[in-house]
Design a protein around this ligand. Structure first.
Ligand code: EPU
Length: 435
């Protein structure tokens, strides 16, 4: 297993390009199941989760028909004759986003069988809202042998008005599933309490190019007029706002000065607002606020802040760990409350091993800023928690060894190479070669 070895204490300086978003790419790719025409994606990040999705789609009869071009590549997906409508457990368990094939398969094939995703390290992660939404569209859904077995009576779903909010607010992948399903349903669908995340807007843009009739994506009410069929299209995946936010925190924690090209600044308003309160400065230029040039600099003294994670446009849960790493070095007490995944705190105990002073009570963590972090071997079993530990390592005195780097490889393309290109001292090693 690989580890990252990080020597802290270097200011980040330089420029990098933000790659296509993992959390946009995964549901976008499943939209290829909605048509018998090829769908072309550009700026698909090279990540383990994308490979897993490709493997799953291939099992479901949707093949890649080109080779990659460049580091952040082009993929053409073509759903040929159906082979199988069963997303099996051995793939689903590697990636919860596999649930996104349910809506598209059910919409076009009239049936789908998807292994029920289990819990994961960041919490329970139920799929009840996905199922509630599909049932509202007329699907008959049974659970058997750990699988979700879904059928559309008469082979086609029926448009409906439905409410998709849950205890923790809207669901992102649930909205993606119901949106895809509604594009081919008979009649009109109104999704109330839809997720407003930019990745849903990106998905709606692709579906619209494929011939879907969608209004309101990006707002809590999405209206879809079902059509008879969808065609092929070309789409460039939106840049990754979580990757951009992670590099913003990396610049801040090293008192750096970096430029992010292709930065989705418009999707990061809340993050930039909170980081400005910490003392981070942004200069955003360019004509497209979703693909801007963003210079990030930081003051030496970081101010403490209070932050609550929320659905978009609030502060994203996927940047909570990275922000916490930054706030460990603020001049005073900060408070972070997690409202999306109340147990998503795998990084807390590990940051404490590096000298951070943290006090967790339920879904809230009080962070009492310290003057310095000290490098240590650390480990976290969640993608974003691991990214937060790398950031802490960049600022810590001495050597930090971040174990289980495969979590980071799921969601950050060439993370260590790009940090190193900005001046960080970070290398990948086999754990056997590191004491
Ligand atoms: N929820 C339910 N029932 C459901 C679905 C969700 O109660 O049927 C709850 C969840 O337990 C959670 C909240 O609703 O408390 C929001 O979960 P959501 O469904 O929005 O999460 P998701 O769609 O499964 C995506 C991202 C996550 C990100 C969340 C929240 C992808 C592939 N995953 O997950 O990304 O944290 O939205 O923004 O898009 C990551 O990239 O590290 C990651 C975990």
């Amino acid at each position: 297993m690989d580890v990252f070895v990080v020597e802290g204490g270097r200011r980040l300086d330089g420029s990098i390009r933000i790659f296509g978003a993992k959390n946009a790419a995964l549901p976008l790719m499943t939209a290829a199941l909605l048509t018998d025409q090829p769908v072309t994606f550009r700026d698909v990040p090279r990540l383990d989760d994308v490979d897993n999705m490709m493997r799953l789609l291939a099992e479901l009869g949707c093949h890649r028909v080109n080779e990659a071009d460049g580091p952040s590549g082009k993929i053409v997906l073509h759903a040929g004759d159906r082979t199988r409508s069963h997303a099996r457990y051995d793939i689903v368990r590697t990636m919860r986003a596999s649930i996104s094939v349910l809506g598209p398969m059910l919409a076009r094939r009239g049936e789908a069988r998807v292994s029920m995703p289990g819990g994961c390290t960041i919490g329970d992660r139920p799929v009840d809202l996905h199922l509630r939404g599909l049932r509202a569209l007329g699907a008959d859904i049974q659970l058997a042998h750990g699988d979700i077995i879904a059928r559309a009576p008469g082979g086609r779903l029926k448009g409906a008005r439905l409410f998709l909010g849950g205890t923790f607010g809207p669901t992102v992948l649930g909205t993606a599933n119901i949106l895809c399903a509604a594009t081919l349903a008979r009649g009109e669908t109104v999704i109330e309490s839809a997720a407003c995340e930019p990745e849903i807007v990106d998905l709606a843009a692709l579906l619209t190019r494929m011939g879907a009739k969608i209004e309101g994506a990006g707002s809590p009410r999405i209206i879809v007029q079902g059509v008879e069929s969808l065609g092929g299209a070309e789409h460039t995946v939106m840049p990754d706002r979580i990757e951009a936010g992670t590099f913003m925190c990396a610049a801040a924690i090293t008192n750096g000065d970096i430029v992010l090209e292709n930065c989705p600044a418009d999707a990061l308003m809340c993050v930039m607002d909170r980081l400005e309160a910490v003392g981070v400065r942004f200069e955003v230029t360019g004509n497209d606020p979703l693909r801007a040039r963003c210079r990030v600099t930081s003051s030496r003294v970081l101010q403490p802040v209070e932050v609550t994670t929320q659905p978009h446009p609030g502060f994203p849960t996927d940047l909570q760990a990275q922000l916490m790493a930054l706030l460990t070095l603020a001049d005073g007490n900060s408070v972070i409350t997690e409202k999306i995944f109340p147990d998503r705190f795998l990084h807390v105990a590990e940051l404490a091993r590096m000298g951070a002073r943290l006090h967790r009570q339920g879904a809230t963590v009080v962070i009492s800023g310290v003057r310095r972090l000290v490098g240590a071997p650390v480990m976290a079993s969640d993608l974003r928690a691991s990214a937060g530990l790398v950031l802490a390592g960049l600022a810590a005195e001495g050597t930090t060894i971040v174990n289980r780097v495969y979590h980071i490889d799921r969601g950050y393309e060439q993370f260590e190479t790009r940090l190193a290109s900005l001046g960080a001292r970070i290398v990948r090693r086999d754990e056997k070669d590191v004491q």
